[in-house]
Design a protein around this ligand. Structure first.
Ligand code: NI
Length: 251
């Protein structure tokens, strides 16, 4: 019933991955799109997709690795993208939260990966933190579609992305007490919303601060369905359809 369009899975965070997958199934989660965004995590998630039916992957280099990624790493990425169940590139993007000093490198890495996405017609999963304008302006240069993962911007920014054919990934943050995201989610069209957990991070209330997991999608779904005044089942169905429109789960 549910599709988690963005999460992370690693032995570093979860002692028993088999159990996590089991719990997901019990919580009506059909598919999870796991992101491998460093050289090491790419290798790890490629193994998980072969091992577990519900696991699909997006791979790409997160901006936090901008200083270390070389051409050969991009070639490595390119070679893996044709493999089964690799449904997109991500998370990629710009992150100026801790530093802007390597901005040029971040934009270089982002653009290299957008070029690959464009040439292979693969969707992208975008990470943007404190870098909205540069993210928008960079994305505008390429003919790509995808998800703005963990969207938490203003309604105005949401509308810009929607106009650019992007969907907004909404997760646990919407349940946080002081989150302004609620008002934004109320106003954006259902066709532009996909559910995500970004687990193991950003667990929804009442698990805020604890380790997150895709099994909590039901909490996020219930919360958003109340905001949108539709049934829980309806929201699950619409958001899963949105995810399936974007990602090729037959690959
Ligand atoms: Ni993430």
């Amino acid at each position: 019933m549910f599709i988690d369009t963005h999460c992370h899975l690693s032995r570093e965070d979860y002692a028993d991955i088999d159990k996590i997958i089991e719990y997901n199934k019990k919580a009506d989660v059909d598919k999870i799109v796991v992101s491998g965004c460093s050289r090491e995590s790419i290798d790890e998630v490629m193994n998980f997709k072969d091992k577990y039916d519900m696991v699909y992957v997006t791979i790409g280099y997160h901006p936090e690795y901008a200083d270390n990624v070389r051409e050969k790493d991009l070639d490595y990425l390119k070679d893996l993208l044709s493999e089964k169940k690799v449904v997109g590139i991500g998370e990629i993007g710009l992150d100026y939260h801790y530093t802007k000093d390597n901005k040029d490198k971040q934009i270089w890495l982002f653009e290299e990966q957008l070029k690959i996405a464009e040439s292979l017609n693969l969707p992208v999963v975008i990470h943007s933190r404190d870098a909205t304008m540069d993210t928008i302006n960079t994305l505008k240069k390429y003919n790509v579609r995808g998800i703005i993962h963990c969207f938490s911007g203003s309604l105005e920014t949401a509308n810009i992305y929607i106009k650019m054919r992007f969907m907004l990934g909404i997760g646990g943050v919407v349940t946080f007490k002081n989150s302004k995201l609620k008002e934004v989610v109320e106003k954006i069209p259902l066709e532009s919303i996909v559910l995500e957990t970004d687990s193991p991070y950003l667990a929804p209330v009442p698990y805020r601060g604890k380790i997150n997991s895709s099994k909590y999608l039901d909490i996020i779904c219930r919360f958003i369905s109340n905001l949108k005044n539709i049934s829980y089942e309806e929201l699950a169905e619409i958001t899963s359809k949105n995810a399936s429109r974007l990602f090729d789960f037959n690959k």
